[in-house]
Design a protein around this ligand. Structure first.
Ligand SMILES: *[C@@H]1O[C@H](CO)[C@@H](O)[C@H](O)[C@H]1NC(C)=O
Ligand SMILES: *[C@@H]1O[C@H](CO)[C@@H](O)[C@H](O)[C@H]1NC(C)=O
Ligand SMILES: *[C@@H]1O[C@H](CO)[C@@H](O)[C@H](O)[C@H]1NC(C)=O
Length: 693
């Protein structure tokens, strides 16, 4: 610890020593400066005095001097002395200055290294000119809260390949949403609410999109599958013809992706029907009545088997949401809109089917139609056909052993890789476990890995997931030095923290069970009632389902390296752990575990296996008390751009501490509140960090 302290002191000294000598010569040419001043004059409606009033002077280089602060005042920010573009203008933020002119993109984009342009909250008129494509390094463009009109210049906006944020909300833009934005792969926020956009919403294929808001326009048609993960508030207030998930009225026809899924289903169905018919004809022709009898017998017995399997498994639940039959589209959409109250709830159907013979039929396959989940279609297809014997027969590889069981990688005959968690937990009844897994399977969020199937017998429970080959957060954070993985930097860790918080908050609110968010309600332990399975989610007697074992080894990475929470609800820890009522103690314990996860992300230190992170929290508290906050952070975090982000690191640390130990007299935060705090930090980070040059 002492060594780290000396190091930190050395860094501070080095920075201080550098300060007076790190002077930068401004690098913008006279032409650029003249152009920028012209841009501002046009923005002010041709008022030649405006630039002077705001402090822009073409005969003074804004970026000559010691660093970020410019000679043109607060509206201009330069690159830091340490950045490659030092001496150039990085940000122009002309916000709420009452500017009522037009945007002269050609003059603006004369600045060669511009990253951030914000013109929000003025009274700008005219169009967003196509010339903005010349600002090729732009990462953030805010023109919200003006009177801009006309169509968005789609093809030129889509040339801004580095764009992270595009906010055109609260203007008078019309025309269609630019489908070309799909080419801007890194786009995180597209905000276009309160305009007059018409037409349908393009199927933007942008996995990194975090906020997509097109409410209060005049859009019509179905919400594309890829955007259904955004909440209803993203789409509200559009033309009556807009429809579909997450919360609007059902579309007359299913959206394109659903259609193809159903099409596949139908194809398969008709194919198998055809095969059967051909078999029968063959039977007639070749072997006559004997074979025919055999075929009929075969079909009948298979049907009866299915019937038996389904009946043995509580008909009530099945009736509530079984819509395996592709012809019952109406039932499907009805159940869709009924369950669409929460943002990510897309379960079109969860079918339970007995895949194996009656004697070993305890394997329950949780099948969902629709593809909005993180699970790959190959794994989902494999799970659909899964039989218990396959799991037993296929080669298995031990992935890890934990306190409550082990996990294995199993490659089933179809070639798909599955992860099987084997839980040794006799404290939960089969029925309760089954109900829990079914509820977890129905609440779906892109940051939570859904169970594909489960098996339960008295002493042993298996839960089947898709196998994700990119490893866990624990492995990346604490993996061996030789591993090829680069250490996670601050933006990556913050992203993981936010995604996990979102997923957990969503799961908590969909699986809370009693509809109230209070952690201190009812102190009597609620027992699952017998009727619970029938109505589930909305049932007042349902017990909240907590994750139970949130930790870095349960944060996995998808093929696109997005974090994904695994093993949700597999383990129900003993209720006394979190204190409080049994209904909510599990949720409280999750919040605590999330806090420990944040500490792990921030410090890069391993949580002691048996200490539940208490050790780590104590260490962090003691270090903070001595006001050496920077010392707790992982060195990998401090190496790059540290000065810029440290404030946000401290904020995240404070969130972590609140999760781990709420101060006396203060209610512990709920997961939803925690997610709000983390996302606020993300937004701040997005805006003030703007972009890596
Ligand atoms: C711009 O700055 C120069 C040098 O500081 C000064 O002489 C000149 O008056 C300024 N021009 C305006 C329009 O403020
Ligand atoms: C998306 O951004 C808008 C505008 O900044 C904000 O009002 C909204 O709350 C955000 N939505 C989400 C889900 O973050
Ligand atoms: C909205 O769209 C509908 C159908 O395209 C059109 O009839 C209506 O005039 C539009 N309303 C506005 C305010 O643009």
């Amino acid at each position: 610890m002492g060594r780290i302290r000396i190091l930190a002191a050395a860094v501070v000294l080095a920075l201080l020593a550098c300060w007076p000598t790190c002077e930068v010569r401004g690098k913008e040419t006279d032409d650029v400066l003249t152009s920028l001043v012209e841009f501002l004059a046009t923005l002010a409606g041709g008022d030649p005095a405006a630039p002077q009033r705001i402090g822009w002077n073409a005969s003074v280089d804004p970026c000559a001097g010691t660093g970020v602060a410019s000679q043109w005042g607060k509206t201009v920010t330069c690159f830091d002395t340490t950045e490659t573009n030092a001496g150039h203008v990085k940000k122009i933020e002309l916000e709420a200055l009452g500017l009522s002119g037009t945007i002269d993109a050609a003059s603006l984009c004369a600045a060669p290294a511009l990253r951030v342009v914000s013109l929000q909250g003025n009274a700008l008129r005219g169009e967003l000119p196509a010339g903005v494509s010349a600002c090729s390094g732009l990462t953030h463009l805010y023109v919200d809260g003006n009177r801009l009109s006309g169509p968005l210049p789609g093809s030129s906006v889509s040339q801004l390949r580095k764009l992270l944020v595009l906010d055109v909300s609260r203007n008078d833009f019309s025309g269609e949403l630019p489908a070309g934005l799909s080419a801007v792969h890194g786009l995180k926020r597209f905000i276009a609410n309160d305009n007059q956009f018409v037409g349908t919403v393009p199927d933007f294929n942008l996995p990194s999109l975090e906020n997509f808001t097109v409410s209060n326009n005049n859009l019509t048609g179905p919400i594309p599958q890829s955007l259904q993960r955004f909440g209803s508030e993203s789409f509200s207030g559009n033309a009556a013809g807009m429809c579909g998930e997450p919360a609007l009225s059902a579309c007359p026809l299913p959206p394109p992706n659903d259609e193809t899924a159903d099409q596949d289903e139908e194809d398969k169905e008709s194919k198998s029907r055809r095969t059967r018919r051909v078999l029968m004809y063959l039977g007639y022709a070749l072997l006559g009545a004997v074979i025919l009898g055999f075929v009929v017998y075969k079909i009948c017995s298979r049907k009866r088997k299915n019937k038996l399997g389904r009946k043995s498994r509580g008909g009530k639940v099945k009736d509530a949401f079984d819509s395996s039959d592709p012809t019952t589209t109406t039932t499907m959409t009805a159940s869709k809109s009924a369950s669409a109250a929460s943002a990510y709830s897309l379960p079109a159907s969860v079918e339970r089917s007995a895949a194996a013979a009656p004697s070993t039929s305890s394997l329950v396959v949780l099948r969902r139609s629709g593809t909005a989940s993180v699970t790959s279609t190959a794994a989902a297809a494999a799970a659909k056909e899964l039989r218990f014997e396959d799991l037993l027969k296929s080669p298995a590889e031990l992935l890890g052993r934990g306190r409550y069981g082990s996990s294995y990688k199993v490659v089933v005959p179809s070639g798909a890789a599955l992860a099987v968690k084997r839980v040794k937990d006799a404290s939960v009844s089969d029925d309760e476990f089954r109900r829990r897994m079914e509820r977890v399977a129905r609440a779906r969020h892109p940051a939570v890995l859904p169970p594909l199937a489960f098996y339960c017998a008295a002493q042993e429970k298996l839960v089947v997931y898709e196998f994700l080959a990119n490893g866990s957060l624990a492995k990346i954070l604490h993996g061996s030095i030789e591993s090829s993985q680069a250490p996670l930097d601050w933006p990556a860790r913050l992203h993981i923290a936010a995604k996990v918080a979102d997923g957990m908050a969503f799961m908590h609110s969909s699986l809370r069970g009693d509809g109230s968010g209070s952690y201190s309600s009812s102190s009597t332990p609620s027992t699952p009632s017998s009727g619970e399975a029938a109505t589930d989610g909305a049932n007042a007697n349902a017990v909240a389902v907590a994750h139970g074992s949130l930790k870095s080894s349960n944060i996995l990475f998808t093929a696109s390296m997005e974090p994904c929470v695994s093993e949700y609800g597999v383990i129900a820890p003993p209720p006394q752990l979190g204190g409080g009522s049994s209904r909510s103690s599990g949720l409280r314990a999750d919040v605590r575990a999330y806090g420990v996860l944040l500490l792990e992300l921030l410090t890069g230190k391993c949580t002691a296996a048996q200490g539940d992170g208490a050790e780590l929290a104590r260490w962090v508290t003691s270090v903070i008390r001595e006001e050496w906050t920077a010392e707790v952070f992982d060195r990998a975090l401090l190496s790059r751009g540290a000065a810029v982000s440290e404030q946000r690191m401290v904020q995240l640390l404070q969130v972590a501490m609140r999760c781990v130990e709420a101060s006396p007299g203060e209610a512990p935060p709920t997961m939803r509140e925690v997610a709000g705090m983390v996302n606020a930090i993300v937004e701040e980070d997005d805006r003030s960090l703007s972009a890596e040059a």
